[in-house]
Design a protein around this ligand. Structure first.
Ligand SMILES: [Zn+2]
Length: 332
């Protein structure tokens, strides 16, 4: 019998503590020690910030490292626990899923103590970190093959009070987009586990494409705004400037009409950009088949008046892969 998952430090101890979350070994992997940073200034909000759930989204771990540098000076009360990398094997491989078992960490919550490595990580997080927080920020991004604005997202939540609280928290980041995303594949997601425990959970989707210094500054400002709104630090929240504008949209998607999928294999040529407004019948992009000299290119039209929240910007697409995600202003 291997040891149980545990933290190497006492979370109730005041001050700044650097320790580890120990995920027990299994048949597929040795013990994992995930670096954990605890900032405890007594009474107040209890926040958990995680990054590196998906290994090819490195914005979250980078923003988490910046917060670790900044928080000791800035924090005035409460407790913040930061785990910059939830899935070290996936981050080391720059892979969305864990290479060892092929699983997506954000689909196996609450995990299994006797499962494969991805399930054991989820189990350790669910049992040891989640219960210590009232609010969770999980830092993701859309990855290198998408054009996507710095955003916060949530899924529709059945409890109207928790939904309203979560949207308010997501909007407090003041990022260019807050999205209530009617996602087709939510079982096993980290946020569903947290919602089931009544916690406010905001998934930050920190842009798409490759990582740049300007974008990282926006993401960091967004998380700082959220910490100010929670009362963990003092200061005045400010809208980050994105594409020469200080604006925020709160949008919602509806399934399945807002998910534009590829009708064939090929290369997608985007004809609009993230946050563009499109009318019904406008061309979103063109899909060019490359397998046959006789196959025609296909125009992909918008089915409705919408705002483009995500558009494919790279990679060879297969049939039924997503090309774009549309949304409209949130119906409150
Ligand atoms: Zn992700």
């Amino acid at each position: 019998m291997s040891e149980a998952p545990h933290l190497t430090f006492d979370v109730d101890k005041p001050g700044v503590i650097k320790g580890h979350l120990v995920v027990p070994k299994g048949a597929d992997c040795e013990v994992l020690s995930l670096p954990v940073f605890s900032f405890n200034k007594g009474e107040g909000p209890r926040l958990l910030i995680t990054g590196g759930c998906h290994g090819n989204e490195l914005e979250g771990p980078l923003v988490a490292r910046r917060l670790i540098e900044w928080l000791p000076e800035a924090q005035t009360c409460g407790r913040v626990i930061i785990v910059p990398v939830l899935n070290p094997p996936a981050v080391q491989a720059f892979s969305r899923n864990t290479p060892t078992d092929g699983l997506n960490l954000n689909r196996v919550f609450p995990g299994r103590a006797d499962g494969s490595v991805t399930e054991r990580i989820a189990d350790a997080v669910s049992r040891l970190l989640l219960p210590m927080a009232d609010t969770v920020f999980d830092l993701h991004s859309f990855g290198p093959t998408w054009d996507f604005p710095p955003s916060t997202t949530t899924h529709p939540i059945a409890d109207p009070d928790l939904m309203a609280k979560t949207i308010r928290m997501a909007e407090a980041f003041k990022l260019p987009m807050t999205l209530v995303w009617d996602h087709p594949d939510t079982p096993g997601m980290f946020d569903i586990s947290a919602h089931n425990q009544g916690k406010v959970f905001v998934c930050a989707e920190l842009g798409g494409g490759t990582i740049g210094a300007e974008a990282l500054a926006i993401y960091e400002a967004g998380v700082r705004n959220a910490l100010i709104s929670l009362g963990l630090v003092e200061g005045k929240a400010e809208h980050p400037v994105f594409r020469q504008r200080k604006s925020s949209h709160t949008l919602q998607t509806r399934r399945p009409a807002d998910e534009l999928k590829s009708p064939a294999r090929g290369i997608f040529e985007p004809r609009c950009s993230m946050l563009d407004e499109v009318k019904r019948g406008d061309i979103i992009g063109i899909l060019h088949p490359m397998d046959s000299s006789s196959a025609n290119s296909t125009e992909i039209w918008s089915p409705s008046t919408s705002i483009v929240c995500a558009i494919r910007s790279g990679g060879y697409v297969e049939v039924d892969e997503w090309l774009a995600l549309l949304a409209r202003p949130l119906d409150r």
